[in-house]
Every structure is written in structure tokens, then in C-alpha cells.
Design a binder for this molecule. Structure first.
Ligand code: ASP
Length: 359
């Protein structure tokens, strides 16, 4: 069993993801730190999806809520979000409340001692002394991983959940996306063999990077990456999916792929990453938007997803189509994040027992 304490940061950061995942795991194999999507195998995904459904059902009654809130009443979580966010922030806040965790928050690094020249690593380490869980969203790609490495080596290891790291990873969004897919296809044979069409800014969007990796746990998925050439999916994603035996297609023709899709995963243009002013605005994205005409091209049983926030890539008229799944994704996210936090603190068996005894 590999342990974080065996490695300095330089060596640790160069390890293959499978080794890092081993270092970040709890003894039961579930993640202690949740940093990247590749930490989740099929067993972990099934456990978390089941737990999300159980928590959702238990939370329907007052007695159930009292049980859930008793689970982590003695724990505190810090929500450290130095990158703009309201929905993911509130989703985590609600997930913590469901399990009784008290929360503190940092939304703006400029009001903390980082402003006085303290390193971000030192600030987070200081905060970790007051809390039992850190949920982190940052613009920097590897900070959550570095903090997870550092805190694992400290006397009081505090778990980190990555709530979005730069352009790289958004593992909890991917978990809720898989949960949404599972609920949508559970009476139709599950996820096996689905064609998933990802559309939009695939070069800079972290949600598709994480989701496609999680879906590599399911057999026979066909991943179709549709984007303008300037925003095409990274070669690293294609290489790792292909190495896992998954079929990948790269295209710039959305209309061609809509009739084939079981799930269409739309994303917005991530122009906050533009290197020069107006760079994204010069890209022709007109063929990568969904309105009622495009919905007519999709199968009756297909679903339309979006991590939100949306801009104009899905027209508001589409919202009332029963295939539009994005508002449900939001709700699913809260239950899935509660399941992940419960798992981080080893509460899944208790929740399972309560569910079996009472529902
Ligand atoms: N909310 C998602 C994220 O944080 C998607 C987006 O911002 O476009 O990556």
C-alpha cells in the first residue's frame, strides 16, 4: 500500500494517477481525499449512487433528517472557494447541512493573510486546524492535490474535496453527472453502450475532462467530442480513454451526432481563460447551440445535460422538454455531494442500515 508519507512533493506529483489514488484512499478503498475523477472505480461509483438515493429517501421525513444530521454533527467543514461560484458553493453547503456539519467559508483570498504575503499553502494549512473537512475550488490546477499531499503528512490529516481545480478537474460534478445518467437509464439497461456527445469548449472545460474519465468505468461507451477546432478536447483525455479501451470520436459537426446521442452534454465557452481580449468571441460557435430545431434531431429517449451556468448554448424554450435534465442535475448534485461527504467520514454503512431498517 503506497502512502503519501513515502514521498516528497516532487516525487509525489510525478507519480502515475493510480499510485496517487492509492495514497489518497481510505482503508476501505473509498477516497479520503477526492481530487481527481480517476480515483473512482465502478464499485465506488455504485456505492455512492446507491448512497445518494438512500440519503434522498431518508431526508424526506423529520426522523430521517434527524438521523442524517446526527451523522456529522460533531464535524466542521471549511468551504474554501476563491474562484467564482454560487451553485457549487450552495450545493456543498446544503450537502453539509443535510449531514449536520457546521461550516465556515473563505470566498476571497484577498481578505485573508494571503494578502499579507502568506503562501496559499500556509493559509489553508492554518485553516485546516479549525476544521475536519476542506472543500476547495481554486483557479490553480494542482493546489487541491498539493494540499491533500501536505495534509496527509500532517499529524491531523484533514480530507480535501476538490470542487473544481483550474481547467483540469471537477470530480464532484462528474459524480453527479454519472448519478444523473444512472437514474435516467436505470430502467433501460444502465450506462453500458451509451453514446455520449460532449459539446462546447472542451479544451478549457473541466467538467467534460472529469466526466469522460468516470464514464470509462462503463463498458462500450462511445465518447463523441464535438467542438470548434480551436476548442477541441485535449489529446491527454483521448489517450487515456483509448488506453482504457473506450471508443472516442472527435468532430466539429454537432448536427451529425445529435441523432446518434443517448446523452448530449453541453458546455459553455470558458472565456475567463482567454489569453488575449476577445479571443473566444472570434470563434464561430453558432453551430454548437441547442434550440427546438436541434431537439427534434435527438432521439425521444435521449437526455440533454449541462453543468451550468449556461449562456446561450441551450435556448430557454428547451427547458420544458422532458429530455432536458440540467435542473435535475443540480438537485442530484446535492444528494451526491452528501453521499461523498458521508463516505469520506465512513458513514455509508450506517446510512445503508438505517435505510434498510426504516424504509
Ligand atoms: N460550473 C462548471 C465548472 O465550475 C461549469 C462551468 O463553469 O462552465 O466548471
Amino acid at each position: 500500500m503506497k502512502r503519501t508519507t513515502d514521498y516528497g512533493w516532487e516525487r509525489f506529483s510525478a507519480l502515475p494517477l493510480a499510485d496517487k489514488a492509492e495514497c489518497f484512499a481510505r482503508p476501505d478503498g473509498m477516497p479520503f481525499h477526492t481530487i481527481f475523477a480517476q480515483q473512482f472505480g465502478r464499485g465506488a461509483l455504485d456505492r455512492l449512487c446507491d448512497a445518494a438515493t438512500q440519503i434522498r429517501a431518508i431526508a424526506k421525513t423529520r426522523a430521517g433528517m434527524e438521523f442524517l444530521q446526527g451523522q456529522l454533527f460533531h464535524k466542521r467543514a471549511m468551504i474554501y472557494f476563491t474562484q467564482p461560484s454560487s451553485r457549487t458553493f450552495l450545493s456543498f453547503l446544503s450537502a453539509c447541512q443535510i449531514l449536520g456539519l457546521r461550516t465556515g467559508e473563505v470566498r476571497d483570498a484577498s481578505v485573508s493573510s494571503e494578502f499579507k504575503g502568506e503562501s496559499r499553502e500556509d493559509s489553508i494549512r492554518t485553516f485546516s486546524s479549525y476544521f475536519d473537512l476542506i472543500v476547495m475550488r481554486t483557479r490553480e490546477k494542482g493546489l487541491a492535490e498539493k494540499m491533500a499531499w501536505a495534509l496527509s503528512r500532517s499529524r491531523r490529516p484533514v480530507p480535501i474535496i476538490n470542487a473544481g481545480s483550474g481547467k483540469d478537474q471537477h470530480p464532484t460534478q462528474a459524480l453527479l453527472d454519472v448519478y444523473t445518467l444512472r437514474r435516467s437509464f436505470e430502467r433501460r439497461g444502465g450506462l453500458r453502450g451509451l453514446t455520449v456527445v460532449y459539446v462546447g469548449d472542451l479544451a478549457r472545460g473541466r467538467t467534460v475532462r472529469s466526466l469522460s474519465q468516470l464514464l470509462a468505468n462503463y463498458e462500450g461507451i462511445r465518447h463523441v467530442f464535438v467542438a470548434p477546432a480551436q476548442l477541441a478536447i485535449g489529446e491527454d483525455v483521448l489517450a487515456s480513454l483509448r488506453a482504457a479501451g473506450q471508443e472516442c470520436v472527435v468532430s466539429d459537426d454537432m448536427a451529425k451526432w445529435l441523432p446518434e446521442a443517448d446523452a448530449v452534454y453541453m458546455t459553455r465557452i470558458q472565456d475567463e481563460w482567454d489569453e488575449s481580449r476577445g479571443e473566444s468571441a472570434r470563434i464561430d460557435t453558432s453551430r454548437f447551440k441547442i434550440g427546438l430545431d436541434q431537439m427534434r434531431l435527438m432521439k425521444p429517449g435521449a437526455i440533454l445535460m449541462h453543468p451550468l451556468p449556461r449562456r446561450d448554448e441551450i435556448a430557454p424554450e428547451v427547458d420544458s422538454d422532458p429530455r432536458a435534465m440540467y435542473w435535475r442535475q443540480v438537485r442530484n448534485g446535492m444528494w451526491m455531494r452528501a453521499a461523498l461527504i458521508a463516505s469520506t467520514f465512513d458513514r455509508l454503512s450506517r446510512i445503508d442500515k438505517y435505510y434498510r431498517d426504516n424504509l
